[in-house]
Design a protein around this ligand. Structure first.
Ligand code: FAD
Length: 293
């Protein structure tokens, strides 16, 4: 099923996982998926090469297994930086052969300032390439706090509109910890005439190092309320985890109440945390029934 078809007057609830590193045992992800599939999310997306690795085969295999073994819809991420069109076509052919219908088309993080080799400079070029050559549903990334490389919020919004004009069917946001950024962004998205569903990306922050990394990488602002939580519980692992879960539940409740199209939970491959969050909000979302049931 194409993810864009899921948004039928209800809040979509989806999950994101990452494949094990190339030198790690792949089977561990199946224990994680076993537990996550109990949630019966609307779909699970699988990252690709996050952190610079090229473990794309794992992404495709895992995304395919999510559908066939667990009966849950899946999405394969595909960052295009450094790929030639022939390489992209090879990966997309494999995605189709594995029965995957949804791709999250990304540029990917550039390792440094040198211009990347390959045929794609921006996600929009990959989106056009997919739409011209494949019958795939395309999801794209968006940034409530503006992409760190953007000249301005207006410029970022202009290029987001362009991604949708190129064929993006559905958007997922970067994580944010202050819902005001999302609400302001969503208003501008509507004014810009972008009319595809926008899922809010929520990351439960359960350790200090994790959020320090995200702040550095994505330029996410830490609200005062959140900083106080971090300072109070940074030396108490269990308390910080509980506070991080409570914070995410609070964010999600507010977003659903305000009518968000969907929640995309960055699970960090932690089913315990995902379950606690889902248990708290499940009556507010109505997930599609699992084909495996
Ligand atoms: P783009 O849409 O190309 O945008 C990048 C920058 O260029 C922005 O500043 C934009 O405003 C600007 N821009 C866009 N189009 C143009 C244009 N035509 N001309 C000039 N400027 C333009 N990374 C991974 O490596 N693997 C993953 O699995 C992964 N998953 C992600 C999932 C989500 C939900 C999100 C939000 C991000 C993910 N990322 C992943 C990170 C992503 O690759 C980075 O944020 C990257 O820096 C930008 O990717 P993009 O697709 O948004 O790029």
């Amino acid at each position: 099923m194409k993810t864009a078809e899921l948004f039928d007057n209800r809040t979509v609830f989806s999950l994101e996982i990452f494949p094990p590193k190339p030198d790690a045992d792949e089977s561990v992800i199946y224990d994680t998926l076993e537990e996550l599939s109990d949630i019966c999310p609307d779909f699970i997306s699988v990252t690709y090469g996050a952190g610079g690795g090229h473990n794309g085969c794992r992404t495709i295999r895992i995304a395919s297994d999510i559908k066939s073994r667990y009966g849950v819809e899946s999405v394969a991420h595909l960052p295009c930086a450094g790929l030639t069109k022939a390489q992209a076509a090879e990966i997309l052919d494999s995605i189709r052969e594995h029965g995957i219908e949804n791709v999250l088309a990304l540029r990917g993080d550039k390792p440094d300032d040198t211009p990347a080799a390959g045929d794609f400079h921006h996600a929009s070029e990959l989106i056009s390439f997919i739409k011209e050559n494949y019958d795939l549903n395309v999801i794209a990334a968006c940034y409530p706090e503006v992409h760190p490389e953007s000249k301005s919020a207006v410029d970022d919004l202009k290029w987001l509109r362009y991604k949708v004009d190129c064929g993006a069917d559905h958007l997922i946001t970067q994580l944010f910890l202050d819902n005001r950024y999302f609400f302001d962004f969503y208003e501008k998205v509507c004014i810009a005439g972008i009319d595809v569903p926008v899922e809010a990306g929520i990351m439960p922050v359960t350790n200090k190092r994790q959020i320090e990394r995200m702040v550095k990488l994505c330029g996410v602002q830490l609200p005062k309320k959140f900083v106080r939580v971090l300072e109070k519980y940074e030396h108490n692992e269990a308390a910080l985890r509980d506070a991080g879960i409570a914070y995410a539940i609070d964010q999600i409740t507010d977003l659903i109440t305000e009518g968000v199209d969907g929640i995309h939970l960055y699970t960090m491959n932690n089913p315990y945390v995902a379950h606690r969050i889902f248990d708290a909000v499940q009556s507010m979302v109505k997930v599609s029934s699992c084909a495996a049931d």
